[in-house]
Design a protein around this ligand. Sequence first.
Ligand code: FES
Length: 170
Amino acid sequence: MSDRNPYIVGKFYDVPTVHGLIYGVRMDWPVIGPMHEDAEIINFPWQHYHIDWRFVPLRICRSVAVKWHSYGLAGVYAIVLHARPEVHPNGLPAPVMKRMKCKMEFPVFPEHVVRWLHELREKFAGCKLKPGMVCPHRGVPLASLPSVDGIVTCPAHGLKWNVKTGEMVL
Ligand code: FES
């Protein structure tokens, strides 16, 4: 697929951000993809955004990931900005674009600890990326992510895609 533009660590990009609170840290969180719920398969019924950890200072990544200590920095994948009323009684605002520095690549997705990934892969077997390198699961844009051996991993739920053919990789 031709529309790839992997971000480079150290450069600045316009990133959607959502103001909210995660584990005591209130800030404009960089997000990737639209707000969605994951009641089916993943059993997470609350509306939420996935964080674009590439733009979060490492000290904050570490301080929130420590809640999931056994996963190391990959524990950030268990952390989302969600709209539960006890955390965000007025809901979450719409994203606002902000110029931010890309501080690191996403940590490696911890697929060995994700129990529902096999079921998700079975459901999407035979699917292809949508135009613009968009993941067909929840619409997360993947064009800014690097590929490893021609495969890009969606940072939301871990589906893998062949960047040349757009096909899902088991
Ligand atoms: S949005 Fe769920 S795997 Fe990509």
